[in-house]
Write a protein of this length. Structure first.
Length: 317
């Protein structure tokens, strides 16, 4: 038995309004069309649903049972339509976004309030990991989209460039490197290099430059997070190459020294990614459009300032 939803709606309208004519007005069809639909439903069920006594209509026992269920069904249909309209109008919804720990700490706290100011009923959930894992997460449908530092993407990934951040050399202000106007990467051969793990996009970009020039740091210290790297560098344990956005404050306060690199500048591209061919939800499409319209820039500092709605600061030299 397969109940036709149009036939059920015709029966529901008749039972609710008490006449075929009023049901026809509600459904914007002719009265005979409603009669045909109701009779078709009765034939499908093999049971009588409505008895007629002169001009009066009365539901049979089965008709009353079916009407009670039809009320629930069409209330649920109406609720579903309202929910879909709310999502489409961005009055409701949620979005799960993957991002790197650096972007989650330094960029997303600026992006999300700016987005939420115009979409107060949308919930955005963040999950942090490295860029390589984020790509795998998008492929596995764990995230509808992700904001990542660019790595090699498989063909199934669609990427939208957002901005880029300069990778800068930092050292303790007490280190001899800090007094140099410029430093060659080759001069780092004798220095311990403090960095993130090998899956980090920043680490991959830095090591690519090292390999080009056959540079081998005297030691490699892997630190679990950026804050630890900054503390180790500030205490003179070694040097590091990090995204400018995450050391901007320490450099301005004199806690770390930035040394221009002769072979530079080096940049880390930042993209929004999602599965190629996937239809983005209205919330995800709105978020991506917001990122592109409000923030696209060749400099992450300018991107951040655009999100804050203020004029950009002068980038560090």
């Amino acid at each position: 038995m397969n109940i036709n939803l149009n036939q059920l709606r015709a029966f529901y309208a008749v039972a609710k309004n008490g006449t075929f004519s009023k049901a026809a007005e509600e459904l914007f069809v002719t009265e005979p069309a409603v009669f045909v639909q109701v009779r078709g439903l009765e034939r499908c069920l093999g049971l009588k649903l409505i008895d007629k006594f002169g001009k009066d209509l009365r539901l049979t026992e089965v008709g009353r049972l079916l009407y009670d269920h039809a009320v629930k069904i069409f209330n649920l249909v109406d609720e579903t339509e309202r929910a879909i309209k709310e999502v489409g109008a961005l009055n409701k919804g949620e979005l799960r976004v993957g991002t790197t720990s650096i972007l989650a700490e330094y960029l997303l706290p600026i992006i999300l309030p700016a987005f939420s100011a115009n979409h107060t009923k949308i919930q955005v959930y963040l999950e942090e990991t490295n860029s390589s894992q984020l790509v795998k997460g998008v492929l596995a449908h764990d995230y509808e989209m992700a904001i990542v530092a660019r790595v090699a993407y498989p063909d199934a990934i669609e990427s939208t460039p957002l901005t880029r951040d300069e990778i800068i050399l930092i050292a303790s202000p007490e280190d001899s490197l800090a007094s140099k106007k410029r430093c060659s990467l080759k001069e780092l051969n004798g220095y311990p290099m403090i960095c993130r793990d090998v899956r980090s996009a920043t680490r991959q970009a830095v090591w690519k430059e090292f390999e080009k020039r056959d540079i081998k740091p005297s030691a490699v210290i892997e630190a679990g997070n950026t804050e630890l790297i900054k503390r180790l560098v500030a205490s003179g344990r070694g040097v590091s190459l990090l995204s400018e956005v995450c050391v901007r404050g320490e450099i301005e306060r004199g806690e770390l020294a930035a040394i221009p690199v002769v072979e530079g500048p080096f940049f880390l591209d930042i993209d929004a990614i999602h599965l190629k061919g996937k239809t983005l939800s209205p919330v995800a499409a709105a978020f991506l459009n917001f990122l592109v319209q409000r923030g696209t820039s060749e400099n992450l500092n300018h991107f951040v300032d655009a999100m804050r709605g203020r004029r950009p600061l002068v980038a560090l030299s």
